[in-house]
Design a protein around this ligand. Structure first.
Ligand code: KIV
Length: 265
């Protein structure tokens, strides 16, 4: 399989072929996601919640993101690797955004993603001018949890829907190659997807988006602290892991493991 590029991702929209994206944070899972043929792998700052056990993504640092980006990049042969710019890595200004995005590319990512619409258009424009492919992320933006008052669907009211549509257009105009639409009504997802020439990648953005992204730990049933409506759980690895570990414990305690087979003669 060829390495997926941003040109290929954009071509998919023109051809009406859906785009797939998942998060990954470590070597074995990145290898599995890549082998499954997923188009884009995001080292999401969601790792602050599903890997580190925090309540939000706000405490995730650049150094932590780069550590996971290096690990994931080592495993991926096919997918486009996207590094997620954490809180404080681009909010202070254009200079920080460019420096930190460059660090992601040095760590092995081929693109970066950052949250925000019109308010961060100057940062998206600066990155695009430096030939750093950038993906926008609008709607429910987890780094804005304190403004939103929790992880709530955005754009149900016409005024807010209009603002999100304007954000989508600002992100495209600034030079983003694609945009994540998170936690918005599906009709708004349809409207934005139709209005933009760049691909929209939905997570709780409805079926009309050009592609879909999920947090891997949600899809695999590895994270059960909360379950957003937009998540579909395709496996229950937590209960499988629990069963396996309990069997191991029992076999050690009863002397069944290790047997002669697992011992050196
Ligand atoms: O951090 C993340 O995993 C994300 C996706 C949910 C889009 O931003």
């Amino acid at each position: 399989m060829n390495k997926i590029t941003i040109t290929e991702i954009q071509k998919r929209k023109r051809e009406g072929r859906k785009i797939t994206m998942l998060t990954a944070y470590d070597f074995p899972f990145a290898q599995i996601v890549d082998e499954a043929g997923i188009d884009m792998i995001l080292i999401g700052d969601s790792l602050g919640v599903v890997v580190q056990g925090n309540d939000s993504t706000l405490s995730v640092t650049m150094d932590e993101m780069l550590y996971h980006t290096r690990i994931v990049s080592r495993a991926v042969e096919h997918a486009l690797v996207v590094g997620d710019m954490p809180f404080m890595s681009f909010q202070p200004g254009v200079e920080d955004a460019v420096r930190n995005a460059c660090r992601f590319l040095q760590a092995g990512a081929s693109a970066v993603k950052l949250e925000g619409g019109g308010a961060v258009a100057d940062r998206i424009r600066a990155l695009a001018r430096m030939d750093i492919p950038v993906m926008g992320h609008i709607g429910l933006t987890p780094q804005s949890i304190h403004r939103m008052g929790g992880y709530k669907v955005q754009g149900r009211e016409p005024e807010m829907a209009g603002r999100i549509l304007a954000d989508a257009k600002a992100v495209e105009e600034a030079g983003a190659f694609a945009v994540v639409l998170e936690g918005i009504p599906m009709e708004l997802g349809r409207k934005i997807t139709k209005a933009l020439s760049i691909p929209t990648i939905g997570i709780g953005g409805g079926p009309h988006c050009d592609g879909q992204v999920l947090v891997l730990h949600d899809l695999l049933g590895l994270f059960d602290r909360f379950h957003p409506t937009f998540v579909k759980t395709y496996a229950n690895l937590k209960s499988q892991a629990l069963d396996a570990i309990k069997r191991y414990k029992e076999e050690v305690e009863t002397g069944k493991f290790p047997s002669e087979k697992e011992s050196y003669k």
